[in-house]
Design a protein around this ligand. Structure first.
Ligand SMILES: Cc1cc2nc3c(=O)[nH]c(=O)nc-3n(C[C@H](O)[C@H](O)[C@H](O)COP(=O)(O)OP(=O)(O)OC[C@H]3O[C@@H](n4cnc5c(N)ncnc54)[C@H](O)[C@@H]3O)c2cc1C
Length: 326
């Protein structure tokens, strides 16, 4: 495929761009991805990544996007080498709080008895959800795209008009990059830092409902490794890991699970959650050319990925049908 002019250029090779490009390529659209960074350096690579539509709006569309993605992620657990598994565990809070409204979409969702919770926790709920090992999953997405002829090129775009000149439809999946590219001043980074340690043998996840605190607490088992979190620091752009923050993350997790106290650190991860009042998935006509936006997923980009990609692909295909030939 892709001899000559593509039908669509997708900008961005994180989870949003790859998933959207796959939906397009599998529908027969000639698609090429342009990306400033390799997938390994995206925010998507840094994610934990557990299904859960936390703190994202608009609620009605988020519910549909999340449900569509949940369905596909569940099916991917049956395929080898996707990096998606179903994992059970507990989310808990130190104050009495209600469980999330979307809990009943998850297998085995139930409230915990007091004896199941770690010391100091007042409420909790147990469930089984898709947990995604992002390095493996993003590799799977790239292979799946390439199997349909979709290509990825390293290219930083300084203005959307650059891409608009080279394909009838441009799909903007640039994560936090959309702030300058669109431009969109409503989009801001929420910095997340994680620590990857050797897994001392844990098979279940644990996550604290920390409300609006910038200090998160969770651990996710990925086979030999465990991903410890984390932070949610608004308006912080620093992409280098901070050693003191890493030590604090390990300390918080070890207070709940003492086996983590001396766990060997394997890697540090940092990403900038592209955060906005509302996730933006819509068609926008730019000087007569069709741009489809798919960005602003905050801390739920993996959770919403297939649902948003399906909508973005549908807008793109409709635009290809009705756009003026250039
Ligand atoms: C620590 C952490 C933990 C997380 N945990 C979870 C979780 O458990 N569950 C969940 O669902 N989500 C989680 N998230 C959120 C999730 O990672 C993001 O919502 C998601 O990765 C956003 O993906 P994206 O593809 O839109 O953006 P990105 O992954 O940031 O990709 C953007 C792409 O656009 C490209 N780009 C940007 N600007 C330009 C330009 N000008 N020209 C060309 N290319 C450009 C970049 O190079 C990149 O390829 C977490 C995030 C962090 C940081």
């Amino acid at each position: 495929m892709n001899q000559g002019r593509p039908d669509a250029i997708v900008i961005g090779a994180g989870v949003s761009g790859l998933t959207t490009a796959i939906c397009l390529a599998e529908a027969g659209v000639r698609v090429v991805i342009w990306t400033a960074e390799p997938t390994e350096e995206t925010t998507s690579m840094a994610a934990g990544a557990m299904w859960g539509p936390y703190h994202v709006e608009p609620l009605d569309r988020v519910q549909a996007w999340g449900a569509a993605t949940l369905d596909i992620l569940r099916r991917l657990t049956d395929e080898p080498d996707t990096g998606v598994r179903l994992v059970s565990g507990i989310e808990a809070a130190r104050e009495p709080v209600d469980p999330p409204a979307w809990g009943d979409q998850l297998d085995g969702f139930r409230m915990c008895a007091a004896g199941e919770l770690p010391p100091g926790f007042a409420a909790g709920w147990r469930y089984t959800a898709p947990l995604v090992d992002m390095p493996t999953y993003l590799g799977y997405l790239r292979r799946r795209l390439s199997a349909t002829g979709g290509q990825i090129e390293r290219r930083r775009v300084t203005a959307l008009t650059e891409a608009v000149a080279e394909a009838p439809v441009v799909v903007n999946c640039t994560g936090i990059g959309a702030r300058d590219l669109v431009p969109d001043p409503d989009l801001f980074p929420v910095r997340g830092q994680l620590v990857v340690v050797e897994n001392p043998g844990l098979t279940e996840f644990f996550s604290e409902d920390t409300g609006s605190s910038p200090d998160l607490l969770h651990y996710y088992p990925h086979g030999d490794n465990l991903v410890l979190g984390g932070t949610a620091q608004p308006d912080l752009w620093r992409r280098e890991p901070d050693p003191e923050t890493a030590a604090a993350i390990v300390h918080r997790c070890a207070e709940v699970e003492p086996r983590l106290r001396n766990a060997r650190i394997v890697a540090h991860r940092v990403g900038l959650r592209p955060t906005r009042g509302q996730v933006r998935v819509e068609r926008h006509d730019m000087h007569g050319v069709c741009v489809v936006h798919n960005y602003g997923h905050g801390g739920a980009g993996v959770t919403l990925s297939w649902g948003c990609a399906a909508d973005a692909a549908a807008f793109t295909i409709a635009a290809l049908t009705y756009c003026k030939p250039q």
